[in-house]
Write a protein of this length. Structure first.
Length: 367
């Protein structure tokens, strides 16, 4: 794999030489907390529980009744997190929702990161959408597993499923106080049909054990001890690193580039002009000048050695104070109500005390 695999517009003749070994990163990560990110993007659709008709997987070990879940004979529950961890805690939150709904013991749960695959549904991680878009699916998955284990226990005991209840990683027959662990029920649960929709009951808020409570991130220890694996840790044979010099003003472009000094930096293999995208650019890549090198340090030093003359473009006259004044003028104009509850004017007129305050957030780049 070469730089051209990552930068298809790499000019002919810029093929990299033999790779020099990159310096170790792990200690550097521990000291400085550098991190990277790999975001997998896939289609919106997700394979629901009932799509395969039966949940039986003969000889499968562990039992995988759902695309996000697997349960071993020893009771260990493996939950696949299909969204990217970006510090928002989804690798804890998503498994917690499923495990709570299925009445699993958190100490018996393991979390694995899913590969990029359309069977998991959308894996695009942005806009705070992981829980908003998938909450009902996570709860349905957990509730279905809970119902399956209850049905398995009822079959083994020869009783009605209404007489048993899953509770903290086991199923209890309340009248006789008999119990069976989830692990011991896997063999029977494998043979069962998918419970009907009426049998899958989502918990009431007061039944949930962990919702709204402080839960320790499963990644806290590896992240704080330098053992977590990040996107920036990815190494492929022949892989190169690119660092990009961006226009100082959004929408600007490079008028001229002197890359002679950058090309003399040891480890630098190519300097590539990236075409500009007209603004507003939305999710399209911005322009700039990329320095391709054998390691990150060489790429950064090469970028710093570039001599670029920039053209500011359409936003060159942007002024923060003028923009603030325009926003303040706009917010004082009559708006269209998005929701109306009660009579605000009457309530304010009858209040013994009112408070008024203005808050302003500056126009800043998104993190």
């Amino acid at each position: 794999m070469s730089a051209r695999d990552f930068l298809p517009w790499l000019p002919a003749g810029a093929a990299p030489a033999d790779d020099a070994p990159s310096p170790p990163r792990r200690d550097f990560v521990k000291q400085l907390g550098l991190c990277g990110l790999v975001v997998a993007i896939g289609p919106i659709g997700i394979r629901r529980l009932g799509d395969t008709g039966r949940l039986l997987r003969e000889g499968a070990e562990p039992w995988s009744p759902h695309v996000y879940l697997a349960v071993a004979d020893d009771g260990i529950v493996t939950i696949l997190c299909h969204r990217s961890e970006m510090g928002q805690g989804i690798r804890t939150t998503m498994p917690m929702i499923i495990a709570d709904e299925m009445e699993a013991d958190w100490a018996m749960c393991r979390v694995e990161q899913a590969d990029g695959d359309s069977k998991y549904g959308s894996q695009n991680t942005d806009g705070s959408t992981s829980i908003r878009d998938f909450l009902s699916i996570y709860r349905e998955a957990g509730a279905t597993l809970r119902a399956l284990f209850e049905d398995a226990a009822a079959r083994e005991w020869g009783v009605n499923a209404s007489e048993v209840r899953a509770r903290n990683h086991e199923v209890v027959h309340e009248s006789s106080e008999r119990t069976r662990s989830f692990g011991s029920l896997v063999a029977t649960a494998r043979t069962l049909e998918l419970p009907p929709a009426a049998r899958i009951r989502i918990k009431r808020p007061d039944e949930r054990r962990w919702e709204g409570r402080q839960m320790t991130s499963i990644d806290l220890v590896p992240m704080t001890t330098g053992k977590a694996v990040y996107g920036a840790d990815l190494v492929l044979p022949g892989m190169k690193i690119a660092v990009i010099a961006r226009p100082p003003v959004w929408g600007g472009k490079a008028v001229s580039v002197d890359d002679s000094a950058a090309r003399r930096v040891p480890g630098v293999e190519a300097v590539v002009r990236i075409p500009e995208t007209p603004v507003p650019s939305a999710f399209f890549p911005l322009g700039g000048v990329a320095v391709v090198a054998r390691n990150t340090w060489a790429a950064m030093k090469g970028r710093d050695a570039l001599k670029i003359t920039w053209e500011a473009g359409p936003n060159g006259t942007y002024d923060s104070e003028s923009y603030k004044a325009a926003l303040q003028a706009a917010v004082r104009q009559p708006g269209a109500p998005g929701r109306t509850n009660g009579d605000v004017t009457q309530a304010l007129a009858g209040a013994s005390r009112t408070l008024s305050a203005e808050y302003y957030v500056p126009h800043l780049s998104h993190a």
